[in-house]
Design a protein around this ligand. Structure first.
Ligand code: MG
Length: 157
């Protein structure tokens, strides 16, 4: 049994889409990034890679590689699951916290869990998603960015 942790930040800007947990969320701002900038998926990828001692998301999918420009992060997550399964691991569970001032994340969590568990080939109850604000403090509180944290447990299958 091994544990991994992931942390990520994306800047928010007008005129961008807000992809979060594999779904498109209506909002006045979206996340900026080389990929679709889905911060929630990125932290799950990093937690899984960390648990398997497989470096990090930037190592496998560099933001200097045009191949990953605008890529759907669900494809990255699917590849990461393949990598950990190739090492002989299966997911125990993953637990994510998204830190955002706006929009409200809670109304979307059921749909995110359904989407991500399907991409990962696991049960919805293995993918916990939680949300909090930054109490109007710092870059998240000022709505300049969105951050997320995740821990994942993997087991030898
Ligand atoms: Mg990222």
């Amino acid at each position: 049994m091994r544990i991994g942790y992931g942390y990520d930040v994306h800047r928010l800007a007008e005129g961008e889409d807000l992809w979060l947990g594999g779904i498109l969320i209506p909002h006045t701002k979206g996340a900026v990034g080389h990929s679709d900038a889905d911060v929630l998926i990125h932290v799950i990828c990093d937690a899984l890679l960390g648990a398997a001692d497989l470096r990090d998301i930037g190592f496998h999918f560099p933001d200097t590689d045009p191949k990953y420009k605008g890529i759907d992060s669900k494809k990255l997550l699917s590849e990461v699951m393949n990598k950990i399964r190739t090492q002989g691991y299966e997911l125990g569970n993953v637990d994510v916290t998204v830190v955002a001032e706006k929009p409200k994340i809670n109304p979307h969590i059921t749909e995110m869990k359904a989407c991500l568990s399907e991409v990962m080939g696991v049960e919805a109850n293995q993918v916990s998603i939680k949300a909090t604000t930054s109490e109007r403090l710092g870059f998240v509180g000022l709505e300049d960015g969105i951050s997320a944290h995740a821990v994942a447990l993997i087991l030898k299958s």
